[in-house]
Design a protein around this ligand. Structure first.
Ligand SMILES: [Zn+2]
Ligand SMILES: [Zn+2]
Length: 439
């Protein structure tokens, strides 16, 4: 520890070596990413955005706390979102019908129309609803982890939700759930960087939270909205130029065709995200409540609290890959957790409390989620208990999975690095986020 003074209030600062300095008095540098936005115009814009995002946050929290079902305005927003989502899919239908009409006209004596038929069908295929694909990598099948699936099934029946069809192991610092394919199978994405830092009650809380998403009426998970959101993302991808225009014809085509279509797709996507943002946050609170009812508020809150450490954990994992070959990345992560200074945890909590998720976000910040759970004293300690023998078996099932992911990540990162990159200081804290291979 060394000492220096806060540049804002002059108070002596305690510095934890290897971590950002910050001031406990005036909260200078609590969120290092916020520093440096000095232009007045951008500050005003940020303040305006933050005000409207804060209103959204507070109204979602108030609605979740009311627990009397969605308000009239929420229901209206959900309805408008549904209409817009259906309009996105109507484009596909319209293109198919147009191609059919052109084909009948062509067959009835206008052969010049034939070439337009495949064009219409191709466009319809391009803008079609996207159901998502079942991942192929790191899928954990039932027969490889029967005891883990036993735990998942027991939790699912306690929550009153359908069971997960399969589990995908990822290197993301989170967990998630979605439905994929025509059959809309339920998939749990389990990020090992999160899984490793949690204790068993916290893990059960995270699993129950993800199952809670199957029963919490999140509008973004309904099929019309979810498939139209993914279709719009593809539209935007296709309509966004990747290279500079070289010919005048390219410039004209972009200005006259691509740009207006892109604007419409962008507007639709933003409108859908904005309309469903509040209900998605309420759904997040509901999923938290499902978890807390099962395993108690304390475990649900401490799992949320640990998510605040995960950015630092991801840096540690990267450092472990680059500089430590002796032990696996998970040991390095747990080691960081055990020596993480209490002052730095306090900084992360304060940064989270000050943070306001954007207006398109689906997740409230951790402080609000904890406040919501604390406001439900009826939740108590939870009703779900797991025999320790089952937990031991699940731990044993995860051991090869952890080893496999450790080897995979090391291989991917090492293959991408050149000696020059290593010399350029890839191991320094504070560089841009590493390009982890998303599974
Ligand atoms: Zn200060
Ligand atoms: Zn969630």
């Amino acid at each position: 520890m060394t000492a220096t003074n806060c540049p804002e209030c002059g108070r002596p600062l305690a510095i934890d070596v290897g971590f950002s300095p910050w001031c406990e008095g005036c909260e200078w540098n609590v969120s290092p990413a916020e520093q440096g936005k000095t232009s007045r115009r951008s500050q005003r814009r940020e303040q305006r955005r933050a005000r409207s995002a804060r209103r959204l946050e507070e109204s979602a929290l108030a609605e979740a706390m009311r627990s009397a079902g969605p308000s009239l305005s929420s229901r209206l927003r959900a309805m408008v979102a549904m209409v817009l989502g259906s309009a996105v899919h109507a484009v596909t239908l319209l293109l198919v019908l147009t191609a059919g009409w052109l084909a009948t006209r062509a067959a009835a004596g206008a052969p010049a129309l034939w070439p337009f038929v495949p064009g219409g069908l191709l466009l319809a295929w391009l803008v079609r609803p996207r159901f998502g694909r079942a991942p192929r990598k790191f899928v954990l099948p039932r027969d490889r982890a029967p005891r883990f699936f036993e735990l998942l099934d027991a939790l699912a029946s306690a929550v009153g939700s359908p069971a997960f069809d399969f589990v995908v192991i990822t290197f993301e610092p989170n967990a998630a759930t979605s439905r994929v394919g025509f059959r809309q199978r339920r998939v749990l994405y389990l990020g090992l960087p999160l899984w490793v830092v949690l204790d068993w009650p916290e893990r059960t809380a995270v699993l129950a939270h993800e199952l809670g998403h199957q029963v919490n009426h999140d509008p973004r998970r309904r099929i019309v909205l979810s498939t139209s959101l993914s279709a719009l993302r593809v539209w935007l991808d296709v309509l966004t130029p990747r290279r500079d225009a070289v010919h005048i014809a390219q410039v004209l085509f972009r200005a006259a065709v691509r740009a207006p279509l892109r604007l419409v797709a962008k507007w639709l996507l933003r409108a859908l995200l904005r309309l469903s943002s509040s209900s998605s946050r309420v759904a997040e609170y509901r999923a938290d409540l499902v978890a807390a009812r099962l395993v108690g508020s304390a475990a649900a809150i401490s799992a949320l609290d640990k998510t605040l450490l995960l950015d630092a954990c991801m840096w540690e994992l990267r450092d472990a890959v680059l500089w430590r070959s002796g032990s696996d990345v998970w040991t390095a992560e747990l080691d960081l957790l055990s020596r993480f200074p209490a002052r730095q945890r306090d900084r992360l909590r304060r940064a989270d409390r000050r943070s306001v998720p954007g207006v398109y976000s689906t997740h409230p910040n951790v402080a609000r989620r904890a406040r919501f759970l604390e406001s439900r004293p009826e939740v108590g300690v939870g009703s779900f208990s797991v025999p320790s023998a089952l937990l031991d078996d699940v731990t044993a099932e995860f051991a090869p999975v952890l080893r496999q992911m450790d080897a995979y990540i090391r291989g991917r990162v090492e293959r991408r690095l050149t000696p020059a990159q290593i010399d350029a200081g890839m191991g320094r804290r504070g560089n841009a986020a590493p390009d982890w291979d998303r599974t």
